[in-house]
Design a protein around this ligand. Sequence first.
Ligand SMILES: Cc1ncc(COP(=O)(O)O)c(C=O)c1O
Length: 416
Amino acid sequence: MNLPLDVQTIRRRFPGLLRAGADRAAVFFDGPAGSQVPRSVADAMSHYLLFENANHGGDFATSVATDAVVQQARLACADLFGADDAEEVVFGPNMTTLTFHLSRALARTWRPGEEVVVTDSDHDANVMPWVLAARDAGCTVQRIAVKPDGSLDQHDVEKKIGKRTRLVAIGAASNLSGTIHPITRMAEIARHHGALTFVDAVHYAPHLHMDVRRFGCDFAVCSAYKFFGPHAGILWGRRALLEEIEAYKVRPAADHGAEKWQTGTASFEAMAGTHAAVEYLARLGHEHAATPPVDRRAALGVAFHAIERHERALCARLLRGLATIPGTHIVGIADPERVHERCPTVSFTHDRHRPAELAKALAARAVHCWAGHSYALALAQALGLHPHGVLRLGLLHYNTEEEVDFVLAQLRELLV
Ligand SMILES: Cc1ncc(COP(=O)(O)O)c(C=O)c1O
C-alpha cells in the first residue's frame, strides 16, 4: 500500500505558499489558471540561464549543455504523457499557440464537405483553432452538446462523429466544471470513422496520470505552468503523423522529428523548468511508494495515485460544505460520492451575489481564486452562466483540509 500524501512536507517545497495575506497565509485556490512552483523548478531554470545559456546545436560546451536540456525535457515529458518516443514531444510557448500551429497544418489536408468535431465543454483554445481552420478549409464544424451536469451528451457523440469527420477535439477534463470526459471511448469512435483525436489535457495534467496510449488519441497537449512548472506548452503527437504532416516552418529548421514543429528559438529555460516539474512529481512517487518504482513513469503513477486520493477527499469536503450554504449552485457534479468523475475544480454561482463580487471579497481575505468563464465560453453559454460566469475554487495537491474549511467559513460569513 502506497503512503498517503505528506502535504506538509510538500508545502515546504513551494516558497510561494508562504505568502502572507490578511492575518494568515494566503490560500491558493487559483491553480486551474496556474499553479505555484517548487523551488527545484526555479533553481533548474536559474541554473540553466546562469551557467548553460546558449542556442542549441553547436559544438561548444554551453550549446552542448542546451541540447542535453532539450533532450532531457523531451524524455521527461514523454514519461509524463506515457509515450515511448522523445521525438514525439514538441515544446511551444503555451497550449493555445501549439494548437493553432497544428490546426493550420492539419487543415491543409482537409477538403470542403469534411467535418471537424468540437465540444461545448471545452476551453476556447480547443475550439477556435479548429473552428477557424475548418472555415479556411471549407469544412463544417459539429459541436457536441453538454448535459446539465457538465458531461458530454453521448447521443450527440454518436450523432456528430461520422464518416465525414476528420478530427475530434476533446478536453480530457473541463477547467470550469471539473468534469472528466470519456477520452478513450471518444477516440475509439473517432478511429472507427477514420478520424484523428486531439486531446486537450491541460486541466487533467496536474490531477491525473496522463496516458496517451490508454486515451488512444493521436495528439495531446498540456501546459507546464498548470503542473508546477514554468509557462510553456507541450504537444505530444504520434511520430508517423508528425513526420507525415507538413509543418509551417522556416527552411533551415529540421525536416524531421520534434524540431520540425518547434518554430523559432525555444525557451530552453522553460524546458529546464518543465523537466524539473516532472522530476518533482516523480520524487513524490518515490517518496510515497510502498516498493521502489522501477522507473520515472512508474514513479509518476504512484505520485498521481497519492495526489488523486488526497484531492478527492478535499473535493468531497468542499462539495459537502458548499451544499450547506443556502443559495449556492454547484456547476457540474455536486455529489461528493462522485468525486472520481471530476477534478477538484469546483465552480458555483449564488442567487444574490455575482461571482466577481465574491472573488473580490475573498481576495481581501487572502483567498486567491477566479471569477468568470475561464475561457470555457461555450460551456458557460450552454449552462446559462453567461455573462457573469462562476466563482471557481481550484484545488491542487498542495492544498489542505484546513484551507478548505477556512474558505468555507469565509463564504458562510459572506453569504449566510
Ligand atoms: C483546459 C484548458 N485548455 C487550454 C488552456 C490554454 O492553455 P495555455 O494558456 O497554455 O494556452 C487552458 C488554460 O487555462 C485550459 O485550462
